[in-house]
Design a protein around this ligand. Structure first.
Ligand code: UD2
Length: 309
């Protein structure tokens, strides 16, 4: 069996590639290296094709002979989509349509799509469940729900199976901490290890449903291989909420010192609480996240130590 992973040299895509290789699947990673990195594929037996999902011909050539496609390539930053919605539209909507068009043309069996909790917007219902009406508040959220809707149409129209996974706050090794909009955990861990000051935006009592990237890779593997789930959408999260204050306490225990942050004004557009209902993925895919937040933090701290050597 062969699989294409778009965004395959990125944070989540490289972990999916590793999981597929471990299952004996031949992996092609398609990545324009705009945020992905060659070194993310070190030790992973994947063939890297450098290309952009906006380039349909290059994408189609990379997809030749593939049974499965995992579509992770995207402009992943919400603020970037606010700054330049044309760019994120082209990559996130046209790029997704290109994936689906080529999947149809090349007889791909199933496409698994990286959706996002961003489609829920500020709607206050908790936990977020897949039956809720989408209410995105950013171009990124609009693009991710548009992708999902395209995926929903594909099985009946063209016989290509599709599954969307709505990621909550994914963290783990290979997440880039270098931008102010990087995941909060990667920023906190890097700062805790380097001794740099840590800033909490708001009172630190906002919550997120953090899920370890290895668990996300497993959810993808199952979404690509479990029969009878075509057309479905699943939240991918732990189903638990953690405050930033709790996060810093855990991290302090791991690094062995008190991490007193500076508190700054809450970031505009931030949601207050986030937690997912994860029962649908459990029932249909047999998937639940295995790595707790503190254990995942420990793994991430260990990983940072290996790259800083
Ligand atoms: C996540 C996703 C985003 C989108 C969104 C939908 C990540 C990295 N981003 O954004 O793609 O799906 O959910 O709701 O998963 N914070 C600090 N200090 C810092 C950095 C962040 O206090 O140095 C706060 C930040 O203000 C926010 C929380 O930490 O309250 C989480 O921030 P984030 O950027 O990791 O993720 P989020 O939930 O805004």
């Amino acid at each position: 069996m062969r699989a294409l992973v778009t965004g395959g040299a990125g944070f989540i895509g490289s972990h999916i590639g590793a999981r597929l290789c471990a299952a004996g699947i031949d992996v092609v990673a398609f990545d324009d290296l705009s945020t992905g990195k060659r070194e993310n594929l070190a030790g992973i037996d994947a063939r890297l094709v450098v290309g952009d999902v906006r380039d349909r011909a290059a994408l189609g050539a990379a997809m030749a002979g593939c049974d499965l496609v995992f579509h992770e390539a995207a402009v992943v930053s919400v603020p970037k989509s606010v700054e330049d919605p044309q760019l994120s539209h082209d990559v996130n909507i046209q790029g997704t349509l290109n994936v689906l068009l080529e999947a149809r043309a090349r007889g791909v069996k199933r496409v698994v799509f990286a959706g996002s909790a961003a489609i829920y917007g500020e709607e206050p219902t908790l936990p977020k469940h897949e039956g809720m009406l989408p209410a995105p508040i950013s171009p990124y959220g609009v693009e991710k729900i548009t992708g999902e809707l395209y995926l929903k149409a594909w099985p009946k129209l063209y016989g290509v199976e599709t599954v969307t996974l709505r990621y909550f706050n994914v963290f783990g090794p290979r997440q880039d901490p270098s931008s102010p909009y990087s995941g909060v955990i990667s920023i906190f861990v890097q700062r805790a290890l380097s001794g740099a000051p840590i800033t909490v935006f708001g009172d630190g009592l906002q919550t997120r449903d953090f899920v370890f990237v290895g668990d996300v890779a497993e959810a993808n593997y199952l979404a690509g291989t479990v029969p009878g789930v075509s057309g479905a959408t699943f939240n991918v999260a732990r189903g638990e909420q953690t405050t930033l204050v709790e996060l810093l306490a855990m991290l302090g225990r791991i690094v062995g010192r008190d991490l007193s942050p500076t508190f700054a004004e809450a970031r505009g557009g931030d949601i207050r609480y986030s937690i997912a209902d994860v029962s649908a993925a459990r029932a249909a895919l047999g998937w639940t996240a295995q790595v707790g937040v503190e254990d995942g933090l420990r793994k991430l701290v260990d990983w940072f130590a290996t790259i800083q050597r």
